[in-house]
Write a new protein. Sequence first.
Length: 331
Amino acid sequence: MRGACDGRPFSPGQAMTATTHFVFLMLPEFSHLAFSCALEPLRIANLVAGKPLYRWTLISSEGGTATCSNGSVTLVQGGLEPLRHADRLFVISGIHMTQHVTPELLAFLRRERAAGTPLGAICSGAYVLARAGFLDGVETAVHWAYHDLFLEEFPDVRLVRNVFVARERIITASGGTAAADLMLHLIGSQHGTDLATEVADQMVYNAVREGSAAQRVSLQSRHGMRNDHLKRAIAIMERCIEAPVSPSLVAEELGISTRQLERLFGRYLNSTPKHYFMEMRLNRAQNLLVQTEQSITEIAMACGFQSTSHFSKVFRGHFGKSPLSHRTTLA
């Protein structure tokens, strides 16, 4: 087993005496929730242990301050100067992260990587590392809302729906409370599960998740259903968004009749297979409009529409505005 912070080997549960230093690089409009969930377990670990197991430095692209998506301003200790020492540099971002990736930021990250600084990302911070070219072939956790963006822009990233990934050289957490899950995992790996459990208790956090836990609430939890045919049908639709298949072909792959498939969607989702599939495709298009610079035509093709005019008509009927208007108002 390798150390979660510096790559050096240590035994599971072995207490480490040296203070671990994390640097958090906060981009404009970063997620305040994810940042707090990353930092507070470290503070509480020091409090519970009665000694400085962790220390941290906050930096931003501009230096001086960092402003999160809710408008709160946080004082930071530095900008994009070379780091003297860090056991890991975490990139934390949030909404509109595509607009905050600058040549200076990418140059800083590449210098730090070349200098041997271990990297990590929280929430959409994985997008920044992917833009730097660090995540090709790397198993990566990112907030589920950005999965469509990654599939289009970074096809070589091994995207997973886990809440975090800690077994790769570059570790990632999907955002929100997943940052707390990751930090509790690192605390447990370095200083033992007893300490991690006590930190979680201090946080009144009794639903700590392993990295393999899925981000989104399952269909079973959301709809109270346990029907394997329905779950498999939706998985087929997700797989075929770029080249949509008819409900009859979905039913054929499942080995049931089209009428049976329609009854399942009506009973559990109050929808039809055709309508549900169209909503799935339009939701993906909505994500791509806001999160990427792809043209309307490219997005239409990526979501299984053969013409831009048909896509625009269907999109307007569903969302009440054209794709271009949607991109302009929400970007």
